[in-house]
Ligand binder design. Sequence first.
Ligand SMILES: [Fe+2]
Ligand SMILES: [Fe+2]
Length: 376
Amino acid sequence: MTAPATTEDRTDVETDHVALLMDGMKNTETATERAAKNTMLTPRFYTTDFKAMDALDVSPVRAEWDRMMAEYEGDNNQDHFKRDAAFGEELKVLMPQLSPELRQEFMDFLISSCTSEFSGCILYNEIRKNVSNPDIKQLMAYMARDESRHAGFINQSLKDFNLGIDLGSLKRVKAYTYFKPKYIFYATYLSEKIGYARYITIFRQLERHPDKRFHPIFRWFERWCNDEFRHGESFALIMRAQPHLLSGVNKLWIRFFILAVYATMYVRDHTRPMLHEAMGFKSTEYDYEVFRITSEICRQVFPVEVDIDHPSFRACLDQLLQISLANDRAVARGGLVGRLQRGWYAAKAFVTFGRLYLVPVKEQELPKDIRLSPVW
Ligand SMILES: [Fe+2]
Ligand SMILES: [Fe+2]
């Protein structure tokens, strides 16, 4: 595990900011309670059909698989998730400069990132425990190892504010969503690759504008996102080893998952405008850069690509955002009127997502070489 900042560092940061952060937590709910909530926009925990996972056969991609497993075994990020000496110093200087609104959004970002890292850790670990297929068991062990480092590293930054998530209790109390293996592959592949694209986009931006790096954790993102990239590669190989998952009616499912993941990210990110502004981005600009990178990467495995520059794609995402904001106002209003309004917005969101689904997609041949390198 990573070493904590010195007591002195922590005390400085805590006394100045904990009260502020706690004020910002709605209804004084704890970070664990917040992470345990399931809404359309929060990261979920998943479970799946372990028998079907056990029956996976990666022999059609054996050469690429073995190369990838050697990379996992090499574990080039083994020493990465430890704080360096400058971390605490930077915290002391940077944290007092943050506005309360930015602190709140940053905390939300840390809680949802930690939940999402931990979600991967739990899923991979459960698969590992429940299969005997040596390829899948070994892969899941490596990925759970990585995700547990990631979740632990973020949680340490939450602990600086006394807001650490109790991961053990989160594992027990949070509801699990069951997905058939093929949906796990589509959704997890996308979330790993989008995770890579999000972290690298932030890292590159702050590399260009170091004055906008308002927390030392962002310095870790470059090597970190290479883990996510490799996790995505693993699912790409699993899917390419089963070509029926990438053709016929499954193309409709792939289209659905890409759009659902993109739309969720777009709406969620626009609830954190200050966070992106502090990094010198507009949320829309950041999201489209992430979509662009993710779409480029996905050509290794998905035979369809959504047209992120299509005017209707953009219009539908903006409408979904407006509906979500109006729904938040209805939730705050409460009562019968609030409930009726929420029903209306749910119907509107359904119709808008349907229109988004009908935006034409680009079809493409899959490349012969499956593996990609994280070159963005
Ligand atoms: Fe991760
Ligand atoms: Fe990952």
